[in-house]
Design a binder for this molecule. Structure first.
Ligand SMILES: [Zn+2]
Length: 126
């Protein structure tokens, strides 16, 4: 059994968000990220923008793309687990979580398209 967390995911850990100036508590689902839900979504949005930029350059190695895809899946899982853990969230925060999930899905789609373009470009070149 994987039971490294003693607290239920809906609980707060005795820690405040690590983002500068933020005093909001960290839900136990995000204890490893040390961020509140809002700042975790902002962190993901930034990360996705960075991944899209790198993907758009088209020079990424296959391993790097795989790394990105795993990261997207991991972030999505953490976000969904925290959001559905019973942790109290305002409607605004719920909307924020949904829009970040959409960003993750679109970033992943973007990556798949870039990979397809690359492989067809290779086919025509060879
Ligand atoms: Zn925060």
């Amino acid at each position: 059994m994987l039971q490294k967390q003693k607290l239920p995911t809906g609980a707060l850990v005795p820690e405040n968000c690590g983002a500068k100036g933020c005093k909001i508590g960290v839900p136990s689902g995000l204890s490893e990220e040390h961020l509140c839900i809002l700042h975790f979504t902002l962190f993901i949005e930034n990360e996705c923008a960075e991944m899209r930029r790198e993907t758009a350059l088209g020079s990424n190695k296959h391993e790097r793309q795989v790394e990105f895809m795993q990261k997207i899946a991991r972030r999505g899982e953490t976000l969904v687990n925290t959001a559905t853990s019973g942790f109290p969230m305002s409607d605004e925060l719920k909307a924020r979580v949904l829009s970040t999930l959409l960003t993750l899905m679109n970033t992943r789609e973007n990556m798949d398209r870039a990979l397809m373009r690359q492989s067809s470009a290779r086919r025509f070149a060879g």
